[in-house]
Design a protein around this ligand. Structure first.
Ligand code: N01
Length: 553
């Protein structure tokens, strides 16, 4: 009997993958077509896309250039696809993912409209029992989570929200049928990346717009525009090099002009650099200006003040500009949102900015949003209030590991992972872009490819060596958690209330959810771990006396 048959004996499939976004599609291709192993994929939506399926709110688009924010695993795929804009909008990214699904004939092996409701480890037989809301129960040797990092919208926390008589729309679960906001009075709660994109777009057509802002953001220009044919050809000619350079950059983009310290240069020189990066757009100001802005408050203040002045220059009414200009936290410690005309929206007479930090939203009634004792009447209410990031989607899977330990229990003081990819006591389970991996501070498609390859590499190793179980060592996990926390503590992130720190969800432990060492360092650590024979993992071989081996021999 061959090695694969040994690992699949007594189970329904070798691998179960949950999610059919960037992760699930690549994992299915890798496992089914390259490794030729049995795999099941479950997806709660009726179609592929993941994040890009659900977040179809007006204005949604990516903010890493599409030439980088795309799969790199297939040369023909990257040669044949042409993006129409520098930063593609949600419909185009969804079309791309549909194209990938069709091109590799993936859809036929995805079970849609099906939510995984529990994932329970069977210690005796060494498999996961995966249960779905459609009543299916399967035994799977391995489980790969592709549920995404920002896929569980934050629960509305406004008393009376259920009494509102008009539609209440949640950006992370936007209606699939077209909805017209033309001429309507619309209220938007939330001014993060989502709110900023949405507000800019809908301000073009709504009657009156009420923006309820608790914390202003340091938003900078996206710098979008149509794809230039010549540039596209050039990029395609050197795609291998582009990907190589992207993979060797902290954020996964091939920028190479970052300088060591904002404080080591004259003010004139610094402002010149900030202006250049601001005008060129995207993440350049954040990641390609000065290295110390995320670590040194004085360096950070130079860029924070630069952005505040930009906001004041763009917003006509000084009191509105001042409300939009953050003062009490450092730039970059909340995820920097990109904008394309956001600040100018507040120069429109029909747009009203309401500060809900000074006076919070007290409740929502049937007619609108009540702030203090003032009612702001609206026809449509939009909640752009964010997500229960990183841990929320994993907790929703109902994962239970060795000794019946629940993941929710193990992580009650905050996530504990080895390499942001595995969890000690939860064998044969792989988290793609899990907490304490570079994930959201890296170019997501590349981060996903890295993690799918790490997981499938371990699975292939286990097939080759007839290994039934892999579990992260508790000490290795402890060291990784400490390393990730130390890096976070050395940065300015912990001082700010953000979803990076879990601070946007009441009661969630305040822990940095992201690995701040950067993707190149992270990849070097993973490669070293593999070179040292999967250091930090314990494997269990098939027991020669076990019933399993007796069955297969
Ligand atoms: O969510 P957020 P998001 N009362 O948590 C406010 C990615 N993304 O969906 O800051 C009043 O950032 C909250 O206020 P505060 C990207 O990684 C990417 O916008 O907590 N307000 C904040 O203003 C991003 O970071 C793209 O004080 C309340 C907003 O709601 C991540 O998704 C586009 C409130 C939530 O902002 C999440 O972004 C969009 C309350 N009770 C998103 N509760 C790209 O371009 C919350 N808020 C790729």
């Amino acid at each position: 009997m061959d090695n694969l048959s040994i690992l699949t004996k007594g189970v329904d499939t070798l691998v179960t993958v949950v999610g059919a976004g960037f992760t699930g599609l690549y994992a299915l291709f890798k496992l089914r077509d390259q490794m030729k192993v049995p795999v099941r994929v479950f997806e709660s939506a009726p179609d592929v896309g993941g994040t890009w399926y659900w977040n179809n709110y007006p204005g949604a688009r990516c903010d890493i250039e599409s030439v980088h924010y795309s799969y790199s695993f297939d040369e023909k795929l990257q040669q044949e696809w042409t993006w129409s804009e520098k930063f593609a909008a949600q419909p185009e990214i969804l079309r791309y993912l549909n194209h990938v699904a069709d091109r590799f004939d993936l859809r036929k092996d995805i079970t849609f409209n099906t939510k995984v409701t529990s994932v329970v480890w069977n210690e005796q037989e060494k498999y996961w029992t995966v249960t779905t809301n459609q009543g299916e129960v399967i035994k799977s040797r391995f489980f790969i989570s592709g549920v995404g990092t920002l896929s569980v919208p934050k629960k509305p926390e406004f008393p009376g929200v259920e009494n509102f008589k008009g539609p209440t729309l949640i950006t992370g679960n936007w209606p699939k049928q077209p909805i017209s906001l033309k001429g309507k009075r619309v209220g938007v709660i939330g001014t993060g990346s989502t709110g900023i994109q949405l507000i800019t777009e809908i301000a073009k057509e709504v009657g009156e717009l009420y923006v309820f802002q608790r914390t202003p953001n340091y938003s900078t220009p996206l710098g979008n525009g149509p794809t230039q044919a010549e540039e596209d050809l050039e990029n395609k000619a050197k795609y291998t090099l582009i990907r190589h350079n992207a993979r060797n950059h902290f954020l996964g983009v091939p920028y190479n002009e970052v300088q060591p310290s904002a404080l080591a240069v004259s003010e004139e020189e610094r402002l010149k650099v900030y202006e250049d990066r601001y005008q060129r757009g995207g993440f350049r100001l954040f990641i390609d200006s000065y290295q110390d802005i995320l670590f040194d408050p004085k360096a950070n203040e130079t860029v924070s003040e630069f952005i505040r002045q930009k906001i004041h220059a763009r917003v006509k009414r000084p009191e509105v500009a001042e409300l939009l200009a953050p003062r009490d936290y450092c730039y970059g410690t909340k995820r920097p949102p990109m904008e394309s005309g956001y600040y100018e929206v507040f120069n429109q007479d029909n747009v009203h900015l309401i500060d809900v930090k000074q006076t919070p939203i007290s409740h929502i009634d049937e007619n609108g949003v009540v702030v203090g004792d003032q009612l702001h009447e609206v026809d449509v209410l939009i909640l752009a209030t964010g997500f229960d990031a990183m841990t929320g989607p994993l907790f929703a899977l109902g994962i239970q590991g060795k000794n019946h330990e629940k993941l929710t229990e193990k992580w009650k003081e905050g996530p504990r992972t080895y390499l942001g990819h595995t969890v000690s006591g939860f064998p044969n389970l792989f988290l793609v872009t899990g907490p304490q991996s570079p994930s959201v501070l890296y170019n997501m498609p590349l981060a996903i490819e890295d993690h799918v390859e790490l997981a499938t590499g371990i699975i292939q190793h286990m097939i080759d060596h007839q290994l039934l179980e892999v579990d992260a060592d508790a000490q290795a996990e402890e060291e990784w958690v400490n390393h990730a926390n130390e890096l976070a503590q050395a940065s300015l992130l912990p001082n700010t209330d953000s979803w990076y720190m879990g601070a946007n969800i009441p009661g969630k432990p305040r822990r940095c959810l992201v690995y701040l060492g950067g993707a190149p360092k992270y990849r070097a650590i993973c490669n070293e771990m593999i070179a040292k024979g999967y250091q930090g993992f314990h494997f269990k071989a098939v027991d020669p006396n076990s019933t399993l081996l007796q069955q297969v021999s």
